[in-house]
Design a protein around this ligand. Structure first.
Ligand code: GAR
Length: 204
């Protein structure tokens, strides 16, 4: 068992960050959020962090639009290390992280993806699942590797796709499970009762 020192990267509403804040407050997750970084200056995740007195900053990722690389990547690593982060959490961070950040936190970068991987990597995965005609959809929490949404899987949860679903209603149902899955995955890390065997994460 070891308390996690989390660094969180986000781009949007921060509801996943909130679920982790709530799990810590409830005593069900042994962790502390050391710093929250957002690549969007007015992202709601920053407001949420301020409300909970969690240090937070806007991280300017220019000139890149879809990845974290170069000067911004160096700055990100520097800030995370300066805050004593040991585990990096991508909580709705809409950029690809590159090998330099992964090497700075080996096997300690986690992502949440709103699909049952390996189906529907990339963006708007819930719309992809709906358009494909899937009868189930869901969420995956996985270790991040050099690919896109391709690292070893820690936790997955499914939801039904209903006949009258819209992208919004399906995403909302998936998000309910996200908020359970992310604290659950972090708990596995905090407890340390897992081992990586190739692609397989053996728990227990
Ligand atoms: C979540 O649905 C998360 O799974 C998704 O962004 C949303 C962020 O919500 N992430 C991705 O699509 C990553 N490829 P939040 O800001 O409320 O946590």
């Amino acid at each position: 068992m070891s308390k996690l020192h989390l660094g969180m990267l986000g781009s949007g509403a921060g509801s996943n960050m909130q679920s982790i804040v709530d799990a810590i407050a409830a005593g069900t997750l042994d962790a502390e959020i050391k710093i929250v970084l957002a690549d969007v200056p007015d992202a709601k995740i920053l407001d949420r962090a301020r409300k909970h007195n969690i240090p937070c900053e806007y991280l300017d990722c220019a000139p890149w639009k879809t990845k974290l690389e170069g000067v911004a990547e160096d700055k990100c690593i520097e800030i995370l290390k300066a805050h004593g982060v040991d585990t990096v959490v991508l909580a709705g961070f809409m950029r690809i992280v590159k090998p330099k950040l992964l090497a700075a936190f080996p096997n300690r970068v986690l992502n949440i993806h709103p699909a049952i991987l390996p189906a529907f990597p990339g963006v708007h995965s819930w719309t992809q699942a709906l358009d494909y005609g899937c009868k189930v959809a869901g969420v995956t929490v996985h270790f991040v590797d050099a690919g896109t949404d391709s690292g070893p899987i820690l936790v997955q949860k499914t939801v039904p796709v209903l006949e009258d679903d819209t992208p919004e209603t399906l995403h909302a149902r998936i998000q309910v499970q996200e908020h359970i899955a992310f604290p659950e995955a972090l708990n596995i890390l905090a407890k340390g009762n897992y081992r990586l065997e190739g692609r397989r994460v053996r728990i227990g």
